[in-house]
Design a protein around this ligand. Sequence first.
Ligand SMILES: Cc1cc2nc3c(=O)[nH]c(=O)nc-3n(C[C@H](O)[C@H](O)[C@H](O)COP(=O)(O)O)c2cc1C
Length: 337
Amino acid sequence: MKEHPKIEAGGLKLDNALWLAPLAGVTTPPVREFFSRLGAGLTHTEMVSCAGIVRGNRKTEGMLRLLPGEGPVVLQLFAGDAASMREGAEAAIAAGGRAASSEGASARFAALGVNMACPMPKVTKRGAGAALMNVPGIACEMVRGLKELGFPVWVKTRKAPSGDETDTLRFAEGLLNAGADNVCIHGRTPAQRYGGRADRSVVCAAARRFPGKISASGDVYSAEDVLEYLNGGCVGVMPARGALANPYIFPLALKALGYDVPEERLNPAFEDRLLFLRSLGESSHEINGPRPTVVLLKRLLAGALKGSESAAALRRRAGLTNDLDELMHILTPEKSR
Ligand SMILES: Cc1cc2nc3c(=O)[nH]c(=O)nc-3n(C[C@H](O)[C@H](O)[C@H](O)COP(=O)(O)O)c2cc1C
């Protein structure tokens, strides 16, 4: 991709304003690397439990891994109180230090993220995720505690539970005053979870009030959606389900933003799409094992092969197997077999 001036956002210098949102169960290191290669200017980990990090839970520790080919990554944490958040972050940084010594100095998170958005009861009943929107004092204390660790702090939150714009802006303002470098607002209330249409106007109202500090999440499915948020004043946009529905939203939106994107990225041949997906499968197999890799590949298959006539037949065949070797064979272009 052609050299383009870096943008400054959230205390970081980034290649562009298009970032992969955190997706629990999805944004593992191989997936983040895959989207970095497609042009994402930044990616997120899945939300990681501070309690799990401190306990030394093996699965949680695996979530702290970084691959050398990744771009900047925000480590997104969740906890129900400021002390646990800080303790988890410190333990994660210490673990990251070990990764850095074995995998090169770049193996370090770009920023610490705080999940103040997850509406699921298993998270909110611990006072974490969207529950923090009801206790702004604790939310701000978390941000202040993390800032002392010397990393930029990124918060992901939602439209206020009341649905009110003023309440949404007040919460964001408190976080920014506490030192947050970026506040991403998902324009749905916690009660809406992932249903209904995301409210762009409340996100853009916050972006206008706090220039350079607000990024957007919610219903990002096309280059037009990305442009609407950026033209509305947001400093960055985070595709989530839209990235799964069509991973090529990254090159397409970057092109619409004026970046010089090579044709083979914008409109790859069917064989190249297969090979790209296979490379994700190989890297995911190595890190996540066969079962999660089958689930991941099936999830991305439709979007990654979109626009091709051969895709429907291949999808049907892929749907019939849960065996990774067979799935990888199905994803091997005829001429490479
Ligand atoms: C499967 C799934 C997992 C998610 N995991 C997280 C997460 O770990 N942390 C977070 O802040 N948001 C998470 N989200 C929310 C997304 O990042 C995003 O804000 C939301 O899906 C709205 O964007 P969309 O309408 O473009 O999908 C998740 C969403 C989905 C669908």
